[in-house]
Ligand binder design. Structure first.
Ligand code: AMP
Ligand code: AMP
Length: 234
């Protein structure tokens, strides 16, 4: 009898050790695996003015302003984690207080015309789940919206004479307009319009790993814009 109790105690101890190991592995898996965020905004005119074209959201044509693309955890070596937690999928009921603000600041442009849930869901599932250690689902979207409020990219460009009027501008004039207004060096991503002209597509700024302040980018994305960049109307 005593022998059997000892065996069972040993088994319990073994089970406990196994559970603790599993727990620490899970904690490790959920812990932060990135160094900073890219905060990426997009010029809708350049999303639409391509061979692929675009569709306006069911709520109507977005404002003539930069829209949010996403807040992307990234590592200092240039790599990034993605799709980190399939057990926590996008749930629009968690951001019901934010959706009207999201419709104006984070508009979907993909076809067919839709209400934005697919775009926001893609951003949460691919990128947001990789910063769960810092931002829960509600705060991921709320924080991203508040970052957009802090630096007005379109105003910064317009004040420097860089206007969305279909004219061409140099990369350095675009960069210094944003650098001057924000204090931070942006990365500029270009795409091509239907005639193959390079145009201002997305602007990247960097945010620290707690998503609380803008920082100088530890590393820039790759790609090139050419020296003459169109800023299409929208
Ligand atoms: P990501 O996977 O976060 O790098 O984002 C790229 C995906 O987002 C691609 O599938 C794009 O087509 C999509 N995308 C980018 N901008 C928009 C937008 N404004 N509306 C809908 N989808 C978008
Ligand atoms: P390059 O002409 O590629 O040698 O780049 C000259 C400088 O401009 C370097 O400091 C690059 O990091 C910067 N640069 C090049 N392309 C971009 C871009 N698309 N956005 C922001 N900076 C860039």
């Amino acid at each position: 009898m005593k022998m059997m109790m000892m065996i069972s105690n040993n088994n319990n101890a073994l089970l406990l050790i196994k559970l603790l190991t599993l727990h620490s592995l899970l904690v490790l898996a959920a812990s932060q695996d990135f160094d900073f965020f890219y905060f990426v905004q997009q010029w809708p005119g350049s999303y639409c003015d391509t061979k692929q074209s675009c569709c306006y959201p069911s709520t109507g044509k977005p404002a003539s302003d930069f829209g949010i693309h996403g807040l992307w955890p990234n590592r200092n070596d240039g790599s990034y984690p993605s799709n980190c937690d399939s057990t926590n999928p996008f749930d629009v009921s968690k951001i019901s207080d934010l959706t009207s603000h999201m419709q104006s600041e984070w508009p979907t442009l993909s076809c067919p015309s839709n209400n934005g849930l697919a775009f926001w869901g893609h951003e949460w599932d691919k990128h947001g789940t990789c910063s769960e250690s810092v931002l829960n689902q509600h705060d991921y979207f709320a924080t991203t919206l508040s970052l957009k409020n802090q630096i007005d990219l379109l105003q910064a460009l317009k004040s420097a004479g860089v206007q969305p009027n279909g004219q061409k501008y140099t990369l350095s004039s675009i960069k210094s307009a944003i650098q001057g207004a924000s204090g931070f060096t942006p990365w500029i991503e270009c795409n091509n319009d239907t005639s193959g002209n390079s145009q201002l597509y997305q602007i990247y700024l960097c945010v620290d790993s707690s998503a609380s302040r803008f920082i100088q980018c530890p590393v820039f994305p790759k790609g090139s814009c050419g020296s003459s960049i169109e800023f299409p109307k929208f």
